[in-house]
Design a protein around this ligand. Structure first.
Ligand SMILES: [Zn+2]
Ligand SMILES: [Zn+2]
Length: 329
């Protein structure tokens, strides 16, 4: 595999960062495919605006397909790929595991094994050289910060970090799970389902090709655009903008905006400080939709061994003692 070639310093939250780190190269074919995955949903947004102009309203059917699709596939990423598979923050039955993994596949963010390998590497090297998507490895100054934000948001998808995820090193437990691998091997089928299901529903509901295409647009491409950019915002925005409540050893931030939009994933500093916690919004006002669902699963017996940090662990990493704050939980 192509590997990082340039030696680097070891940046810290306060220290100097290396200028212009080189990133591993990906094959040209990957870059072309990725271009389509990034820009087709982007272009669809303009098409959607044009249809709004033409039809006046998106319509309840398409709005419902968009919102329900975003909710279920977004939860597939946050609950399935992230908290369940990558961090093993709770245990569940194999069929529940397969369900959430399949829902994550429908978001078209890559196969679960690749996604989890990349994310474990991110935690291992967060904001240091070798982190697949840190916004902090491009040097200092405004230009470097903007370049870093772009890289962390989307640019890194075109590098060898994505094409060579080193699965045997980072996710040997997932590779050994035959049920999970069964879902993983069907990844391209999930991609077809992700686009085909809303199209089919649109056709059955309206009986017209026009209705089917509008459903594909809103329930497929626009939904994928929103899910992608919300997820990618955690890599970019949540490592630059927001508050640090805990000593996580990196630049991760709690960002209220992303906290709500990304179903709780925006409480990213909390998450980096306590990666295995099933709950990312650690205060009562840090709303965490994914945690609400995991807690509900626990209450009905669909999740167990749910991991949470205790008070001693929280206190050990807290940057500002609770007694000095107002509004402490
Ligand atoms: Zn992070
Ligand atoms: Zn994580």
């Amino acid at each position: 595999m192509a590997e990082v070639r340039t030696p680097s310093t070891n940046p810290s939250s306060t220290g100097e960062r290396q200028l212009q780190v080189e990133f591993p190269e990906a094959p040209l074919t990957h870059k072309i495919v990725m271009l389509g995955i990034v820009f087709l949903p982007f272009i669809s947004l303009f098409v959607a605006m044009a249809t709004l102009w033409q039809y006046g309203m998106v319509g309840w059917l398409n709005l419902g397909l968009f919102l329900s699709g975003w909710a279920i596939t977004g939860a597939g990423i946050t609950i399935g790929f992230h908290r369940m598979l990558t961090h093993r923050s709770f245990e569940t039955y194999p069929w529940v595991r397969m369900f959430w993994t399949a829902m994550g596949c429908l978001s078209i963010e890559g196969s679960p094994v690749t996604w989890c390998a990349v994310h474990r590497r991110h935690h291992e090297l967060s904001d240091q050289h070798g982190d697949p998507h840190s916004p902090h490895l491009h040097g200092n100054g405004l230009g470097a910060m903007l370049q870093g934000l772009w890289y962390a948001h989307t640019g890194w998808l075109f590098t060898g970090y994505w094409t060579s995820p080193r699965v045997q090193r980072y996710v040997p437990d997932l590779v050994a799970d035959r049920w999970l691998m069964a879902v993983d091997r069907l990844y391209y089928l999930w991609v077809v389902v992700s686009l085909g299901l809303p199209t089919l529903i649109g056709y059955l509901a309206t009986g017209t090709v026009e209705g089917a295409l509008l459903a594909l647009l809103w329930g497929g491409f626009v939904r994928i655009f929103v899910t992608h950019h919300v997820t990618w915002s955690i890599n970019s925005i949540c490592h630059v903008f927001g508050q640090r409540e805990y000593d996580s050893g990196d630049e991760s931030r709690n960002n209220v905006f992303c906290g709500f939009l990304a179903f709780g994933e925006g409480w990213h500093n909390n998450h980096h400080a306590f990666p295995t916690s099933a709950r990312h919004g650690l205060r009562w006002w840090q709303f965490d939709t994914s945690w609400v669902i995991i807690r509900a699963m626990e209450l009905v017996g669909l999740a167990w061994n749910v991991k949470l940090p205790d008070e001693r662990m929280l206190a050990a990493k807290r940057l500002v003692p609770l007694a000095q704050e107002s509004g402490a939980r």
